[in-house]
Every structure is written in C-alpha cells, then in structure tokens.
Ligand binder design. Sequence first.
Ligand code: PHE
Length: 346
Amino acid sequence: MTESLQQIVDRARAEFAAVSEGPALEDAKARYLGKGGALTELLKGLTALPPEEKKSRGAEINRAKETVEEALRARRAELAEAALAARLAAEAIDVTLPGRGRGTGGIHPVIRTWQRVEEIFGSIGFDVADGPEIEADWFNFTALNNPPNHPARSMQDTFYVDMKGTDGLPLLLRTHTSPMQVRYAREHARALVEEGKPIKVIAPGRTYRVDSDATHSPMFHQVEGLWIDEAISFADLKGVYTDFLRRFFETDALTVRFRPSYFPFTEPSAEIDMMFDSGPLKGRWLEISGSGQVHPAVVRNFGLDPERYIGFAFGSGLERLTMLRYGIGDLRLFFEGDLRFLRQFA
Ligand code: PHE
C-alpha cells in the first residue's frame, strides 16, 4: 500500500519535531526533499502519468513539498533559537555583581612618617642620605667607639650574615642607622675642611635587632641625624629637635627634655623625652630619641680633627614617632599587613 501525500507530510513533520540538533534535521530533510527523498521520487514518477493527471498530481505533490519545506524552516528557526538560548544561559554574566576593580594603594603609616621627617629636616637644610642595611662591623660598631666586648655586638642582639667583610669579620644587619654618620661624614669631610661646607644630614632607613614583642620588632626604622661644623653645640640640637617635634606633631603644646644617658659614640649623651601639654597623652614623658654630642673618637673616624670640628647626632625610631602621632598602641600592627588597619592612613 502506498503512502498518501498527507501521510508523507505528517511523517516529515514528526521527524523534524523529533530531532534536536541541526545536522539531524538536515538528514531528515534529505529523506523527503533530497535527491532520493520521498517527495522527489514522487515528482520523478510523474513522467509515467498521462498529461491531464500529471498536471493535477504535480500540483498536489508541489503543495506537499512546500508544506514540508515550511515545516523545515520553522523547525530550523526553533532549533537556532534554542541553541542561542542555551548559549546565553551558559555564558550568562551577572552584570549586577560588583566588579573586581583595582584597589588603590596607600602609603604605609611608617613611610608617611619617613616622608614627613625628610620634608621637615629638608626644609632646614639637612641632606638626605641612604646606605647599606648589610653593614660591616667597623661602620656599625668599631668606628662608633663601641668597645670590642660591648654587649650590642653579641649574638643575642645582632643578626649576623653568613659572610665576611674585608676586615675578616662577619657582616651584619645594621643595628641602628648610626653607621650612616660615619659613611656620610667620611665622604663629605673634605668639603667641610676645604670649603667650609657643614655636614648636615639625616639618614632614614631600616634597622635590625634580635628582638620581638609588642614594642620591639626584629626589623624597624630609624632616622639618624648628624650636624658637624666648627661650632655646633648642644643648644643647636635642642633647637633643631624641638622645632622638628613641634612641626611633626603639628603643635607647639609640647615640652621637650634632655635626660642624661649613655651611648659610646656621643659624649655627653641624652635621651630626648617629650610630653604633650594636651590631648590623650597629656602629662606623660615619652622617650623619643637617643642623642648627644659626637664623641671626639668618632669625629676622628670621620676623618676630621676633633679639636676643630664638633657637632651633634641623634637617632629616632620612626615607628615610635608614628605610634605617638596616630595613637597606635601595638607596634606589630605595622607589620601584619591588615588592610583594615592600613586603610585608615591611605
Ligand atoms: N644609635 C642609637 C640607638 O640606636 C641612637 C643614637 C643615635 C644615639 C645618635 C645617639 C646619637 O639607640
């Protein structure tokens, strides 16, 4: 029994509906409209018919063919739409999600202090110098009049590097910025002697000691100050340092005192203490810096005649200055990298 045209059309529709992908649909199409397709075969068979039948039968077949073509186009469109919808779903982006952005960096509070210190001393004629953190024993200790058995030299306080300097002694991580006094002064001694150009410098930088608790960190920052000329006195130290503190803390309402102390490289030596006259720290003496008149033996190591040249030096902790300026209680906050802390200064 031969299939009716309507049956062929229905079967084509059913097959088109059953496929879910483009290539399968094109295969189905070939079965009806292709070279050997069902409808194509029927059209070929027309030649065998008498002319009057040929015409009407041909028209019927062509209508069936158009219907199938129409069903094919419709199914193609459906599949294309489904494919697009699937792709859109798979590649969906939620445009309401916050972007990843690129955080703006900030300047670390200790570095802010470093910059302020450079600015303030720069404005009164101090040069800014910079030197090695891995230092030779001679610069860190000997040239600074440290006796050979001084406790600061011991392994408990000093990080030694597994490498020897030209003097055969182990190199070390500088325990203070004071070796920069020696390095800078030796380089500028001639200009002082020959041109009368004073040695007037600060040297901020990293320093290291074997020490770690709420108020000590194995790495910390100091700023060294040195002013050497023919008549630089303790009065100059007092004036310069008091002015510095007032500008640094942006207030004149603070008192400064010089408390006798001892350092091998200064004589006399003093701790500089300060007290705020108002605010939360009001009335408490706060230790802020070591200082003193540079020891004649050290001036000699500068390459200068201590009978002629004299001056002062100081060494202050940058963390300490930062903690007092912002009211920070725990030194470790500076080194933990916690953005909640750091953002407050950005
Ligand atoms: N270098 C000393 C310290 O680290 C500080 C200091 C510097 C004292 C200069 C006097 C003069 O404690």
